[in-house]
Design a protein around this ligand. Sequence first.
Ligand SMILES: [Zn+2]
Length: 310
Amino acid sequence: MNFSNKARELIRKQIIEWDLAAKNYGSLGKVKIKTFDFGDYHIDVQFNPERIVSSAAKVDALSIEKRPCFLCQNNLPPQQRGLPIDDQYMVLVNPFPIFPEHLTIPNVLHTDQRIIGNFESMLNLAARLDDFIIFYNGPKCGASAPDHLHFQAGNKGFLPIENDFTNEKCCRKVRSVGGVTISHWQDYQRGIITLNSSDKIGLIDCFNTVYNKLQKIQPGETEPMLNILASFDNGEWIIHIIPRILHRPTQYFGTGDKQIILSPASVDMGGVVITPREEDFIKISEEDVRDIFRQVCFEPKALLTMINEL
Ligand SMILES: [Zn+2]
């Protein structure tokens, strides 16, 4: 059995034997979705109340220190089962799903959430779980466990960015460097750098170059703020790097009517915006979405300059 099917079987079993998984995968069928059509692409808004756990997670150092780490093997709920992968990681069912098939993939060790040195693992996971998109949320860009290295995965065919990547009106190939094709998203609200190649070493080199450039822009951060989405198709990886300038938009901290609890991470960047409160789902507008992306992402133009310097 290939690994994607093993992971699917794990989800199926966990829904039977774990009440929390049963409840939350059951209510996923009832989540409300609305779609904003921006012409050449669209963005979905998903009202998903269970995601409040993640969207409102306190990720400051003191709060993190005070809580038991929910990704450490010893603290997992008794009903949760894991599937070892690539020696260093464990595939778990995410009990607060956004995707119909949603996995959390923590490292077996309690070690900080960092992409540098672990990007190759991300590529390996994408190749083995090739029916899934693997994603990484930086410690200040949506990871609710910034102290424990982990990835997540969701079934392919769910995020609009997958199709938009093949639409030249959204995404355009700009350069080829060392066997890696680099693409740019001109009018997509979010600045994104996309790398695709069948050459793993070339991709790692290119990613490291992008990382170093971003680090120079944000020298005070332990790692440049970013989200990454990775998938593997027909022998080739597709890597979307979404550099960030802000963790949470002003709306998150607003009061009363002005507040929208929306804490953007990889899934939002992929085109499915999550609102855990119904009032926010109802009132959020196209302009709010534009404004939120404008606050938290790089401008496409700035990234085009960076791509041309790679
Ligand atoms: Zn841990």
